[in-house]
Write a protein that binds this ligand. Structure first.
Ligand SMILES: Nc1ncnc2c1ncn2[C@@H]1O[C@H](COP(=O)(O)OP(=O)(O)OP(=O)(O)O)[C@@H](O)[C@H]1O
Length: 266
């Protein structure tokens, strides 16, 4: 039983309505990566996106902050309809949506502290001492206070991902998007990153949306999981319920032909 599965659905913080995305060249519609997806995700919820390779998981996640712009439909986050904003307003709205990736995406020629400070500096609306305080708070949140002056190359994979989490939280977002955040990590490091994400969610009430092909990762962390097939939501399940066992179990067998987690790959 997932520790959160008893929670009632919270008020929607993220709302997708009729969202579709194809990759083509204008004349040829090409691949329909996401098809007519409508979802409500509650404030403070941890929401998972599962599905086999090519199902459209990453594209769907990138529609949440308009890294991919939908062909049709609307995306609303924290009361702002992102799909109706101009570039400048969208840049400001994205301060409210952090993101982490499988490959961490840290600046290699900047210290840990400078990596975390980076989004605050480029936005340009904060004073130096406020930035320094914010960086210290975020590094403390992920237990890396002592690594502020280290370089990314001096850190383990798990530590790098925790720096990425601190950086994603620096602007105080309401939402954290996670694209396969543990896929490059071994099983033990994966557990520590999941604990960090659960802790961030509990302390800050940050809404987390996480894509993973590792169903046990989603089952351990998420309040609800959308199973995606062919770009559409096949079903939304609550880990820990017997229905979820059936739905996720079917997907697990179709993905891996087994009910255990795949071995970690470096
Ligand atoms: N920039 C792009 N240009 C063309 N096609 C794309 C692009 N991005 C994704 N696609 C296609 O859209 C479909 C969905 O891809 P997506 O990466 O969202 O799937 P996924 O479920 O995240 O897969 P994986 O688990 O392998 O990362 C795939 O057929 C993919 O080839």
């Amino acid at each position: 039983m997932n520790a959160f599965s008893h929670l009632p659905a919270a008020a929607p913080l993220i709302r997708l309505r009729g969202v579709s995305k194809s990759f083509g060249n204008g004349r040829d519609p090409g691949v329909a990566a996401v098809r007519d997806v409508s979802l409500d995700i509650g404030a403070g919820e941890i929401f998972g996106i599962a599905g086999r390779s090519g199902a459209g998981k990453s594209t769907l996640l990138r529609l949440f902050n308009l890294l991919e712009r939908p062909d049709t439909g609307t995306v609303t986050v924290d009361g702002q309809e992102l799909t109706s904003l101009d570039k400048r307003a969208l840049r400001a709205a994205r301060q409210n949506i952090g993101m982490i990736f499988q490959g961490f995406n840290l600046l290699q020629n900047a210290t840990v502290a400078d990596n975390v400070a980076f989004p605050l500096k480029i936005h340009g609306s904060r004073q130096r001492d406020e930035i320094a305080r914010r960086v210290a708070d975020c590094l403390a949140l992920v237990h890396l206070e002592d690594k502020a002056q280290a370089w990314p190359a001096q850190l383990s994979g798990g530590q790098r991902q925790r720096v990425a989490i601190a950086r994603a939280l620096a602007s105080g977002p309401a939402v954290l998007l996670c694209d396969e955040p543990t896929s490059a990590l071994d099983a033990e490091t994966t557990r520590s990153i999941l604990a960090t994400l659960a802790d961030v969610n509990a302390r800050l009430n940050v809404t987390i949306v996480i894509v993973s092909h590792e169903l046990d990762v989603l089952a351990a962390l998420c309040h609800r999981v959308a199973v995606i097939g062919d770009g559409a939501v096949a079903e939304v399940v609550r880990p820990g319920t017997s229905h979820a066992v059936t739905a996720l179990g079917r997907e697990l067998v179709s993905l891996f032909g087994t009910a255990t987690r795949e071995g970690a790959h470096a």
